[in-house]
Design a protein around this ligand. Structure first.
Ligand code: GAL
Length: 422
């Protein structure tokens, strides 16, 4: 009897000990996902995809390690220090293009996913143009969840009608429209913190240089020192004179809201703003009807061009929960996952087989344009430049925003391209 009790106690304490160890070690049925989707238009998209994940993998605990801040400005700094410290999240949000290839692949921080692509049949349903942007030496490194459009000019239709202002199609018309709008005491173009100024800059460069001239700046065949670039930067300087004076303290949502409220006529921002404008107020969004509460048009000079970016998810090297990460990636690449996520996020599916009827009026236009327009990449959102190059441009931009010195800015851009170009 005594022996039996002793044995039971021994087994029990062994089990407790094991339990304690298991508590110290992350359990195999978890996954930690890192993104910057915390705010209006973004968190709701992640939640929707999470719903599919919870349904498909009910026993895997989802740890949402999102860090707030548009375009990942804060999140990517946190991620960089975690990677530096050898403490990677299992899977993180990363943009297709140089952000993946020139940054995470170059630093050997993520795993190839070719077998997952094979097993899930993704090569057949992902756009051909996208695969090279997430591949290196025959290896595919991330799972794209969406296609976002960077070059969108959001408008307040009621305000434009009231002021008799037509949607401008070139920058001269835009600057003329600003005079009318400002004479009525309104903001012409709403803008937010510095990354939104970079976003505006890439759109003005595209509008002024055209898709070939713009793309040439990134593939090494274009000249950052050219007179065309000088002219485009001068236009950018003029456009900046028509933004709200408190821009540097505003998030992208704050800037979008100025248009929604009728305080500003225009905002140039990616189509995550569509998710924010049209999403439910219960989800922290504005609940507006597309085409009524807000309008959209290609920013001046960019009609016929789709400046794109794609959010994708990676598998960390030495991921603490590699299986959990693979489970998440399966959902991220699936039809159900993408159909849940994208209509809410304000993006279109990366997959080519999503049900179009799930998407609102704006997103329907984005789908049509994606299939017919000339496609170019976004700087601000990771497609065209590796992180070092982009950071160098950002530093020069920060200075330029305080001194408006076009010559010095252009010289810094020339030097950044020659030193850090992909
Ligand atoms: C982009 C990202 C989008 C959206 C946006 C604003 O970089 O690709 O998904 O979140 O930032 O935060």
């Amino acid at each position: 009897m005594v022996r039996k009790v002793f044995l039971a106690v021994a087994i029990l304490s062994g089990a407790l000990l094991l339990g304690a160890c298991a508590g110290a070690q992350p359990a195999a049925d978890q996954v930690e996902i890192f993104s910057w989707w915390t705010g209006g238009g973004e968190a709701a998209g992640l939640e929707a995809m999470l719903g599919v994940f919870a349904n498909d993998f009910p026993n895997v605990e989802f740890i949402n390690s999102a860090v707030a801040g548009g375009a990942g400005t804060n999140a990517r700094a946190v991620l960089a220090s975690r990677l530096q410290a050898g403490d990677p999240p299992d899977s993180w949000q990363a943009h297709a293009g140089q952000e993946i290839i020139g940054t995470y692949v170059a630093a050997n921080q993520i795993e190839p996913l070719n077998s997952l692509f094979d097993e899930e049949g993704w090569i057949d349903v992902m756009p051909e143009t996208l695969i090279p942007l997430i591949s290196k030496d025959g290896n595919i490194y991330s799972v794209p969840v969406n296609i976002h459009r960077a070059n969108v000019m959001w408008t307040n239709p009621a305000l434009l009608a009231e002021l008799g202002v037509a949607v401008p199609t070139n920058w001269d018309e835009f600057l003329a429209a600003c005079e009318t709008i400002e004479a009525a005491g309104k903001i012409c173009l709403s803008m937010g913190e510095q990354w939104t100024a970079m976003h505006l800059m890439e759109v003005v460069l595209l509008g002024q240089l055209g898709p070939d001239g713009y793309s040439a700046l990134w593939d090494g065949t274009g000249d950052w020192g050219s007179a065309d670039v000088t002219a485009a930067l001068e236009t950018y300087t003029q456009v900046l004179q028509h933004v709200n004076s408190d821009a540097s303290g505003l998030t992208w949502q704050d800037a979008s809201q100025l248009v929604a409220n009728g305080d500003a006529a225009f905002n140039i921002m990616g189509d995550w703003a569509d998710g924010y404008f049209s999403g439910t107020t219960a989800g922290g969004n504005l609940g507006l009807v597309p085409g009524e509460g807000y309008g959209w048009a290609p920013p001046p000079g960019t009609d016929g061009t789709f400046q794109f970016l794609s959010d994708s998810f990676t598998l960390a090297k030495n991921a603490p929960h590699a299986q959990g990460a693979l489970d998440w990636l399966k959902v991220a690449g699936s039809k159900a996952g993408q159909e849940a996520f994208n209509p809410v996020k304000g993006s279109i599916c990366a997959r080519t087989d999503c049900d179009k009827s799930l998407f609102n009026a704006y997103l329907q236009t984005a789908m049509a344009d994606w299939s017919t327009d000339t496609v170019v990449g976004s700087l601000t959102h990771g497609v065209t430049a590796n992180d070092t190059w982009k950071n160098e441009i950002n530093t020069a931009l920060g200075l330029f925003l305080t001194n408006s010195d076009v010559a010095a800015f252009q010289a810094a851009l020339v030097s950044a391209a020659s030193t850090y170009g992909n």
